[in-house]
Design a protein around this ligand. Structure first.
Ligand SMILES: Cc1cc2nc3c(=O)[nH]c(=O)nc-3n(C[C@H](O)[C@H](O)[C@H](O)COP(=O)(O)OP(=O)(O)OC[C@H]3O[C@@H](n4cnc5c(N)ncnc54)[C@H](O)[C@@H]3O)c2cc1C
Length: 419
């Protein structure tokens, strides 16, 4: 081994930055290795209000308030007829400063979090790709960067969709109900709403309701626009060209056409991007000497913009487990995964709402017409207050659509080392 630290964090996205910062704050030696040499474009631009609480722990709220990121007060859903729901204003559920959040450029947001990690004592190395996690028996003991091997008491995998450890250990499980693809880009000069709605995330169904678009206003007159639907629809497009596919889908969707194509001067400013098969979960969140954070543990779906929130929250909760484990010199699976069951229960609440969205019989307007008393519960979920909604909400929703059973973590004892 060429170096030795308390904790090595692989990946410098929001999950890795949160975990690293909160462990370094306790005085431990933390090394964060990020593959990308420079901040770069990344998807995941719309935050959930409940990110506030981790961002506050990280000490970045003042920087965010001073940033040019667009303020987001609400989310609004457009049905297949083009008719919009009433906006879900987060402040209705929670009249607090935290209910207004941000639409961010991820290159700048991630850089802000990494710089902040460095200010809190984390040693950050950019352009450092980890090749492998090193094990002695079932215990992770460090990482291999090709030219260097670094020993660590705890290895945090925050590698996003690369999910280095979950793939290596064979823990990754796809969510068969959420097999999707996405095609997305940025525009400048597109139509923007005004006033409190200027920064709203819009979720717009296509005319046959088989797919949907996001519309996310960003700084510098940019708007992020993305299509999400079945991978077969994209694959079946004649010629297989994602740009032609996006153009066709955008032209066929009334509300998107109105905002992009009918707006004089709107122009695409980012090459078309494609992602597929992004929904999965690891059957385990921690093992002896290792813990998974953010997308490296699991990703649900883009629909409610929960990814960065869950990454930040799991990073902060993992940091609490790591700090407790280091304090007792016991970096075992049980200690490092102590936060797992509570975190997964919250994720499961969100997964139910995701499943409901994709059921053809479901719409928020229809559900709230039958159950107006649940509007607050739904707004709480959209805020990210995942422990707030009652079982009664899902019982009522379950009468209308099929909801998935709760998934649980495997017992730590069932997980071995690398196969
Ligand atoms: C289509 C789509 C739309 C989305 N929209 C939203 C949205 O609007 N709002 C939202 O909150 N979320 C959204 N998400 C989810 C969001 O992008 C992720 O959940 C979030 O980025 C996860 O953060 P993370 O820190 O876990 O991983 P990431 O942000 O992916 O960071 C992982 C980091 O690890 C680095 N890395 C990977 N492998 C290695 C290695 N071997 N060595 C060193 N470094 C490595 C990568 O370079 C990367 O910087 C969306 C996702 C998809 C697929």
């Amino acid at each position: 081994m060429t170096d030795s630290v308390d904790v090595v964090v692989i990946g410098g996205g929001p999950g890795g930055a949160a975990a690293a910062t909160l462990v370094a704050q306790k005085g431990h030696r933390v090394l964060l290795l990020e593959r990308a040499p420079e901040p770069r474009f990344k998807i995941g631009e719309s935050l959930m209000p409940a990110t506030w609480w981790t961002l506050e722990r990280l000490g970045v709220l003042e920087k965010l308030k001073a940033s040019p990121f667009v303020r987001k007060h609400s989310v609004q859903f457009f049905g297949k007829s083009g008719k919009p729901s009433a906006p879900f204003y987060f402040q209705e559920a929670d009249p607090h400063e935290s209910s207004v959040t941000w639409q961010v450029l991820r290159s700048e947001f991630d850089a802000l979090l990494l710089d902040n990690a460095q200010e809190h004592g984390v040693e950050v190395r950019r352009g450092a790709a980890v090749k492998d996690v090193l094990f002695e028996g079932d215990r992770a003991v460090g990482v291999d960067c090709g030219d260097a091997q670094i020993a660590a008491r705890v290895v945090v995998d925050a590698t996003g969709q690369s999910a280095l450890l979950a793939r290596k250990l064979g823990l990754l499980q796809r969510d068969p109900g959420l097999r999707k693809a996405s095609v997305f880009t940025h525009f400048k000069g597109a139509l923007r709403d005004t006033g409190i709605d200027e920064g709203a995330t819009l979720v717009i169904h296509t005319a046959d309701a088989s797919a949907w678009f996001w519309y996310i206003p960003l700084p510098d007159d940019r708007v992020s626009v993305g299509w999400v639907g079945a991978p077969e629809v994209l694959a079946g497009h004649p010629g297989g060209d994602p740009q032609a596919f996006f153009d066709q889908q955008a032209a066929a969707c009334g509300e998107i056409r109105r905002r992009l194509l009918d707006a004089r001067g709107a122009r695409q400013v980012l090459p078309i991007q494609v992602l597929r098969d992004f929904s999965y979960r690891s059957s385990q969140i921690a093992g002896d000497g290792w813990v998974l954070v953010g997308d490296a543990f699991g990703f649900l779906d883009p629909i409610y913009s929960s990814g960065v929130f869950l990454a930040l929250q799991s990073g902060a909760l993992a940091a609490d487990s790591i700090n407790a484990a280091l304090a007792t010199d016991d970096p075992s699976a049980e200690r490092l995964g102590a936060h797992g069951p509570g975190f997964v229960a919250g994720m499961e609440a969100m997964r139910k709402l995701v499943y409901a969205f994709y059921e053809p019989e479901f719409s928020f307007a229809k559900f709230l017409a039958r159950h107006p008393g649940h509007r607050g519960d739904i707004t709480h979920l959209l805020v990210g207050n995942l422990s707030r909604p009652s079982d009664r909400l899902f019982a009522a929703m379950g009468e209308m659509v099929r909801l998935p059973d709760d998934a649980r973590l495997a017992e730590p004892a069932a997980i071995g080392g690398p196969r």
